[in-house]
Write a protein that binds this ligand. Structure first.
Ligand code: ASP
Ligand code: MG
Length: 409
């Protein structure tokens, strides 16, 4: 049976004329098997960064609308180039910018969210036998303004388009051949994962795995769209890949699927806070109002009418969050506030944790053996995360990778 596949190619996969020709060849190979192909592209690698520098040279504090007008141009070049390459090889193709593809978003420039895609025109092109090539990372708001989806946003375009077109699979081509048990640049023993659940990928991405943009995984999880991660550098389409799919399609449930980590974290603590109703809100409220995302939160058991409160934020938001917190400290009559931006978060993720107790304690044992102090802990059904000093990050990841046998087949 013929399939509809959405193929997304990242910046390195379209980084040169030669790479674009390779993409055209791959698309044609798929079509020769009888499949219909919709392509979503990123800008050529480094291109969006160049646009960011141009913006910063002219007016870094300028309006977000104009910035998105500029940032969205990189993708317009690659979609045109690929369409021309396909045409030159005798394959009918048609490019679409985000606006032309009717990728509707809200008006949050630079981090817009897709609300809807009207795929009717694209479907007509597919029916007419054309390859449709869509610009990733961009959309249009209801007033016709161009928006962008946040760095790495082409993954999200691809998944959203796959959902809108009811594609059979969304393929994400990148420079690695899939998802690994942890980052192979840190742990050379990391093993390739052939298949994992969307929910596991969601935890991996939110805990720091950089293979897929988190919003793309959220979208895929919400709509049950299978994603396949593959390398555009493997020729012949027979290379390794990782299929991220519905839980029921995963045969083998493992305790720990992978170890994710995140270095970009910072921790803030406020001590001697009067232990009263509403105090958590008074502390976290002003931080959220400043659009700073709070990740882990720990409140200690109060004693003598006072309590301590610790939470983590992205390291880029550290200074701002610290200033806000010291204002709050004065207002609520807290004793002290302090912070640490040399921390990192390490997480173990696996669907098998649902039905097995003791995983957290095995994790703590492995860290204790290496004398690594844990600052904070948080858990979900399928994940345990700890905050440790940044200088122990690598040791923590390596020892957990070994402790859970991830280095073994
Ligand atoms: N070109 C954009 C970026 O570099 C979007 C993407 O590559 O997904 O962030
Ligand atoms: Mg990219």
């Amino acid at each position: 049976m013929s399939k509809l596949v959405v193929q997304k190619y990242g910046g390195t996969s379209v980084g040169s004329v030669e790479r674009i020709q390779e993409v055209a060849k791959r698309v044609i190979r798929y079509r020769e098997r009888g499949d219909s192909v919709v392509v979503v592209l990123s800008a050529m690698s480094g291109e969006t960064n160049k646009l960011v520098s141009l913006i910063n040279e002219i007016n870094p504090n300028g309006s977000a609308r104009e910035k998105d007008v500029i940032l969205s141009t990189g993708e317009q070049i690659t979609i045109g180039l690929l369409s021309l390459a396909l045409e030159a090889k005798g394959c009918a193709a048609r490019s679409y910018t985000g606006t032309q593809a009717r990728v509707m978003t809200d008006n949050a420039f630079s981090k817009a969210r897709i609300s809807e895609i009207d795929g009717s025109k694209i479907k007509e092109d597919i029916a007419a036998g054309k390859v449709v090539v869509v610009a990733g990372f961009q959309g249009v708001d209801c007033d016709g303004n161009i928006t962008t989806l946040g760095r790495g946003g082409s993954d999200t375009t691809a998944v959203a388009l796959a959902v809108a077109l009811e594609a059979d699979e969304c393929q994400i081509y990148t420079d690695v051949d899939g998802v690994y048990t942890t980052d192979p640049r840190m742990v050379p023993e990391a093993r390739h994962i052939p298949k994992l659940a969307l929910e596991e990928m969601l935890e991996m991405a939110s805990q720091g795995s950089k293979v897929l943009q988190i919003r793309a995984v959220e979208f895929a999880h919400k709509y049950n769209m299978p994603i396949r991660v593959l390398s555009s550098f493997d020729e012949g389409d027979e290379g390794k890949s990782t299929l991220v799919t519905r839980e029921e399609d995963i045969m083998e449930e493992v305790l720990v699927r992978g170890i994710a980590f995140n270095k970009d974290e910072a921790q803030l603590t406020i001590t001697g806070v009067p232990d009263q109703p509403g105090v958590a809100y008074k502390i976290v409220g002003p931080i959220s109002d400043a659009n700073i995302e709070v990740d882990m939160i720990v409140q200690s058991i109060g004693s003598d009418g006072a309590t301590d409160f610790t939470f983590t934020v992205h390291r880029n938001d550290y200074e701002q969050a610290k200033n806000i917190l010291s204002e709050t400290a004065k207002k609520v009559g807290a004793e002290n506030c302090s912070g640490n931006d040399k921390i990192a978060k390490v997480s173990i993720v696996g669907g098998g944790m649902r039905s097995h107790a003791g995983v957290a304690s095995d994790m703590f044992a492995a860290l204790a053996k290496e004398n690594i102090n844990i600052h904070m802990i948080s858990t979900s059904e399928i994940k345990v995360s700890v905050v440790v000093d940044e200088k122990y990050l690598e040791l923590a990841v390596r020892s957990l990778h070994e402790a859970f046998g991830l280095d073994q087949a």
